[in-house]
Design a protein around this ligand. Structure first.
Ligand code: FE2
Length: 341
């Protein structure tokens, strides 16, 4: 649910956020930099403080947090970075502002496919990249990602930019599975099926399916739930569509992560690891996933009823780190096939 905005807007937001001074960073506190909206996650931090007595200081922004941590250098008060999508998680690691979490609790609770093999990040919850299908015009109940390139969908698919991180993750998953040549062929096929030039966000994709511009759209699981339950203006877009969980042939549904990273110079490292471990706990998992309409990463935690209503998620078992390694190739291919043109 985090979207790119102009750096100027982010800078303005950062100025409004009460600054964390290194002087305030002492035992009994933990400093969280987050791309998740404060109003959504504050109840979670309040519960953490109640459980542990550790105060949580929050810096919230819509972009630029890794750069801020980098600029703050060894004096950065940042302990924990909360972010969404493997694209942003990967960027934080690449820019060099993280360190391994090293937690047996995390290693035990978070499945290996949703953790960095080097320990720099761990998934807290998951979202799937799925199909918003027209209730009126789409009869089938199952679909594969491969099938999106089938000419039977010619002129019937809507999707946002192929360079957006959500699509980059999906296309990278395709490339990790099939290699670049097959991915290029598939992307050409999908592009040939588009009803219109890639545009808007996932909600607008649902809007366009509802308006009859296309029969199927590609979007994330939580947007549909947000439109259906939390946004009266957009409820009709959800009502005109239904979510189909697509799978790779012989595989599962592509999922992406909402994740957590430990800052390289975390001044409250022990508390940071406590918070990260606490986020993997049963109650936190329930709160976090429910608040954001995501899938809990911890097994056995109840899934929000709207999300559960999509059907049973059979997540693709490919490790997120392997998908991440194909992000650049996927981006290059999107340009090569002129996906967004
Ligand atoms: Fe989003």
């Amino acid at each position: 649910m985090i979207h790119f905005r102009a750096l100027a807007a982010a800078a303005a937001l950062l100025c409004l956020t009460s600054p964390i001074s290194t002087a305030s960073a002492e035992n009994g506190e933990v400093n969280v930099y987050t791309y998740r909206e404060t109003k959504l996650i504050q109840p979670l931090f309040d519960a953490f403080t109640k459980d542990t007595g550790i105060k949580v200081n929050v810096v919230s922004a819509s972009s630029g947090l890794e750069q801020r941590i980098k600029a703050e250098g060894a004096n950065s008060p940042a302990d924990v970075l909360l972010t969404v999508d493997i694209g942003r998680i990967d960027e934080a690691v690449q820019v060099g502002v993280t360190q391994p979490i090293k937690s047996e609790v995390i290693d035990k609770i978070v499945p290996a496919q949703y953790r960095d093999p080097d320990g720099h990040w761990a998934g807290i919850s998951m979202r799937a990249r799925v199909i918003y299908a027209s209730k009126d015009r789409v009869k089938q109940d199952a679909i594969t990602y491969e099938e999106l390139a089938d000419p039977k969908w010619k002129g019937k698919i809507c999707i946002r930019s192929g360079q957006h991180i959500y699509n980059n993750g999906l296309f990278a998953a395709y490339a990790a599975r099939y290699g670049e040549a097959k991915t290029e062929e598939w992307l050409r096929g999908v592009k040939a099926n588009l009803a219109q030039k890639p545009s808007g966000g996932d909600r607008e994709t649902a809007r366009d399916v509802a308006a009859g511009k296309c029969d199927i759209g590609i979007g994330n699981t939580y947007y549909w739930a947000l439109m259906m339950n939390n946004d009266p203006d957009k409820k009709a877009w959800a009502e005109a569509t239904r979510v189909i969980l697509p799978t790779f042939e012989g595989g599962g549904t592509h999922v992406n992560l909402s994740g957590v990273l430990l800052a390289k110079h975390a001044p409250n490292k022990a508390n940071a690891v406590k918070l990260i471990e606490w986020l993997a706990g049963e109650r936190a998992q329930q709160m976090y996933a429910d608040t954001n309409y995501e899938y809990p990463v911890r097994a056995g935690v109840a899934i929000n009823p709207t999300i559960a209503g999509y059907g049973k998620l059979n997540a693709d078992p490919l490790p997120i780190s392997k998908i991440s390694a194909n992000r650049k190739a996927a981006s290059t291919l999107v340009d090569k096939v002129g996906f967004d043109n």
